[in-house]
Design a protein around this ligand. Structure first.
Ligand code: ZN
Length: 438
């Protein structure tokens, strides 16, 4: 059946107004207070006559998650979830030129914390959801809108809580979430490119702890905890780990080559050169280790009894954390170094050959003809990991085209989203949802 024509001008005005207003809802995490966002979204859903429910984590009334559902006939399968997190990261007010929670609309942009990460995408998801209701668009599967708390601080009060206590919410075929974004430049070359996030590196946070014999600094001995820790860290730094580009990373570079962004064939040698020149491109191809904190000692002339270091390790998608811990234990080769696993999460990649992947590609190209569509492997992680580890296909797909000058603003200063991108994102997302649910 034919689709009704949609007044995107009017929806863009509405989306701009809503995003501006939504930014003013203070959900800085910590502490979160995501229930404010739930109430704000709930008022809009109420006005549209859409029922919604909330989920309260561990009895904390201030940190609710909202779920709303439009029922489909199920003829094409299980639900599509539009996932967005309602919390935002803190800001350093003194470095901003606008009020971070002001939602100012100026120079064609909506300014404020969360404009890109990810209240902007939340509004795009909300709008396609509302269009479906208002126009009575037929659905061949349920369309579910989930505005979840606590993504920015580890998801204990958000998707991890839902995973533990409400597994019924995970009965779905696909998830569209943050994670992939588009840009007007790829590897330094001007070109519109959308990324579909298919995989994320797995965080593995370890604490190394050395114990030794304390003593007077004037009499060095060979059981100094700080010395022991330094030796262990030196071995880790000297550890030559191979590049292991995954099929998704290889496909990314193959696409870049096919589209003339990368001049040479992406052979292992070329990939190694790229890794050498670009820290992010190196990280996506290997198990990375950043030494992030070092703590030891109490006084200039006292040999410390303990010393500690924290490592932020990111494993390539699907890599077994236990295997990595075995490897690093062997490299450290000192049983007096205790290795504590503080946090870890591993999730597989989502497939690149699904119907939804094809539809996202088609719709993005339909609206931006010259665009290339790339599979993305993220060095960071999002709530998609929880769905992927359950075997659900989750894609990062924020179909906007961000200019280089707007890229560093996520978690940074003067975060903003252009109205043009809000409009583009809404349109591509809506057509994608129609493609997979219509
Ligand atoms: Zn985010």
């Amino acid at each position: 059946m034919s689709e009704p024509s949609i007044d995107w001008e009017a929806w863009t005005r509405q989306a701009t107004e809503w995003l501006s207003d939504y930014i003013r809802v203070d959900t800085v995490n910590p502490p979160g207070n995501e229930t404010r966002a739930v109430e704000w979204l709930g008022r809009i859903l109420d006005a549209e006559g859409i029922p919604w429910e909330t989920y309260t984590p561990n009895g904390d009334e201030s940190r609710k998650t909202l779920v709303a559902r439009l029922s489909g006939d199920g003829s094409r399968g299980k639900p599509l979830i539009l996932l967005n997190h309602t919390d935002v990261v803190p800001f350093e007010r003194q470095y901003w030129t606008v009020d971070p929670l002001g939602g100012e609309v100026r120079d064609g942009y909506i300014w404020g914390r969360g404009a890109q990460d990810m209240k902007g995408m939340g509004i795009m998801e909300l709008i396609t959801f509302l269009i479906h209701k208002r126009e009575g668009l037929p659905l061949t599967r349920d369309l579910v809108f989930i505005a979840v708390a606590d993504e920015e601080a580890g998801s204990e009060f958000g998707v991890e809580f839902l995973d533990r206590d409400h597994p019924e919410l995970f009965d779905c075929e696909y998830v569209i979430n943050e994670g992939g974004g588009g840009a007007t430049e790829v590897l330094g070359k001007e070109r519109n490119a959308f990324n579909i996030g298919v995989a994320e590196k797995g965080p593995l946070w370890l604490t190394l702890r050395a114990h030794g014999r304390p003593g007077h600094g004037s009499v060095p001995h060979d059981d100094n905890a700080a010395d022991r820790l330094v030796r262990a860290l030196q071995r880790i730094q000297d550890w030559d780990r191979p590049l292991k580009p995954s099929p998704e990373v290889l496909e990314y570079f193959r696409q870049l080559h096919d589209n003339g962004i990368l001049d040479r064939e992406p052979t292992p040698e070329v990939l190694a050169e790229i890794a050498e020149a670009n820290p992010r491109m190196r990280s996506v191809q290997m198990n990375s280790i950043s030494l992030t904190t070092l703590t030891a000692g109490v006084k200039h002339n006292v040999i410390p009894a303990t010393a500690e270091a924290t490592l932020d390790i990111r494993l390539i998608p699907g890599y077994d954390p236990d295997e990595f811990i075995r490897e690093i234990t062997e490299v450290i080769d000192d049983e007096k170094i205790e290795i504590e696993r503080v946090f870890g999460s591993a999730s597989p990649a989502s497939p690149m050959d699904t119907e939804l992947y094809g539809i996202m590609t088609r719709e993005a190209k339909r609206l931006v003809e010259d665009a290339i569509i790339l599979p993305g492997v993220s060095t960071g992680f999002t709530d998609s990991r929880v769905f992927r580890r359950r075997g659900i296909t989750a894609y990062g797909f924020v179909p906007t085209l961000t200019a280089p000058e707007d890229q560093g603003r996520v978690h940074g200063n003067d975060e903003r989203l252009s109205i043009e991108n809000l409009r583009l994102g809404m349109q591509i997302l809506h057509h994608t949802v129609r493609g997979i649910c219509g």
